[in-house]
Design a binder for this molecule. Structure first.
Ligand SMILES: [Zn+2]
Ligand SMILES: [Zn+2]
Ligand SMILES: [Zn+2]
Ligand SMILES: [Zn+2]
Ligand SMILES: [Zn+2]
Ligand SMILES: [Zn+2]
Length: 359
């Protein structure tokens, strides 16, 4: 009996100890709305119930809920910032509380893509002045590229793609894309004729002159050794403008023979093709109405007195340069008694003696 009595006393003591320990370890007495009891003067304890504010309190980094009376904070979290802007400024607001940063003016950087350039705020990416590039094409001897006059946009250089082009006087190579031109050269004209027409085509490009009917009825002589024809007389031709073909019966007409047009008083002009290499002596002498002879630059030899007695003669129309005319082999008396004539070359006018006429 004594043993069991002692055992009961021990259990009772143990329960008392547990109760004391439990009280000491749980000061809030069950609930977060309670704080430590404040000691009062009389030694009793007062229980504080937090009064949480409805709205968040915040600083530059975070927001929280604060107790109105004791200032304790709960739910402290960093702001959830979102960028806002208008045409002049950008700022940030918190999605959770009403925190807002100060407005700051946009800070612009120029940006571009293939088609446009614009100003972009480095903080909020607000965009203004979005315009198409103001493109100018630049070129050098190798290729072409585009640059915007208003921003730094620039394409890489692309090689020219050339096509041969021409006008009445010249041919050249031109870039299909940028118009860059090179190898601008005068046509090298070669005469050709069929059984009715004579025309010129360029040796180096597609250029071809209009076909002109040549004079029918002229007299010719075939030279067996050179396999070419000479024009020996006007025959039954009546036209005042004599146009000589470059080929007869498939052979070149290479020469105007001596005295060929002697005393042909109706002729006012003579047009010779590029096949003509030589004008023999007195070929057009005493043509009293003759004013001009048109010659190609392929002529090589002019004998004496070719226009002797041609009292109204004015000009040689030479389809070559002044230098090419000077290189033609000419007898010193090639004009006979005609002194004042003009040689009209493609690049200027010359006197009979080869000096330049300054206009
Ligand atoms: Zn409180
Ligand atoms: Zn916030
Ligand atoms: Zn901005
Ligand atoms: Zn641009
Ligand atoms: Zn080009
Ligand atoms: Zn040409």
């Amino acid at each position: 009996m004594r043993k069991s009595k002692f055992f009961i006393v021990c259990i009772a003591i143990l329960i008392c100890c547990l109760a004391v320990i439990l009280c000491a370890c749980n000061p809030d007495k069950g609930g977060e709305n309670y704080s430590d009891g404040n000691s009062k003067d009389d030694g009793t304890q007062e229980v504080h119930v937090h009064t949480w504010e409805n709205d968040f309190t915040s600083d530059g980094q975070s927001h929280w809920i604060e107790c109105e009376s004791c200032g304790e904070k709960k739910d402290i979290e960093s702001h959830e910032l979102e960028t806002q802007n208008d045409s002049g400024n950008c700022w940030q607001i918190c999605n959770v509380c009403d925190y807002q940063t100060e407005l700051s003016r946009h800070i612009y950087h120029q940006k571009n893509d293939e088609n446009h350039h614009w100003l972009d705020c480095k903080n909020c990416h607000y965009i203004k002045n979005n315009f198409p590039h103001n493109i100018v094409i630049h070129k050098d001897s190798v290729g072409h590229w585009s640059e915007c006059q208003d921003c730094s946009y620039k394409t890489s250089e692309i090689r020219h793609t050339f096509t041969t082009k021409n006008d009445d006087n010249k041919h050249w190579q031109e870039c299909n894309d940028c118009g860059y031109k090179k190898n601008n050269e005068r046509h090298i004209l070669i005469s050709d004729s069929d059984d009715r027409f004579v025309w010129h085509k360029c040796k180096n490009c597609e250029f071809s002159t209009e076909k002109k009917m040549y004079t029918i009825g002229l007299e010719y002589l075939f030279n067996e050794s050179t396999q070419t024809y000479s024009v020996t007389g006007i025959g039954n031709a009546t036209s005042s403008e004599i146009i000589v073909p470059s080929k007869i019966n498939g052979f070149y007409v290479a020469e105007i023979a001596y005295n060929a047009f002697y005393l042909c008083e109706n002729i006012t002009s003579i047009v010779l093709p590029s096949s003509i290499k030589t004008i023999d002596f007195a070929a057009f002498s005493d043509c009293l109405a003759l004013k001009s002879i048109t010659l190609e630059s392929s002529i090589t030899n002019i004998e004496y007195d070719i226009i002797l007695g041609c009292t109204v003669f004015e000009s040689i129309n030479f389809n070559g340069t002044m230098d090419e005319w000077r290189a033609v082999q000419k007898d010193k008396d090639w004009t006979g008694d005609v002194e004042s004539i003009v040689i009209i070359c493609v690049d200027g006018k010359l006197n009979k003696d080869g000096s330049v006429i300054v206009e």
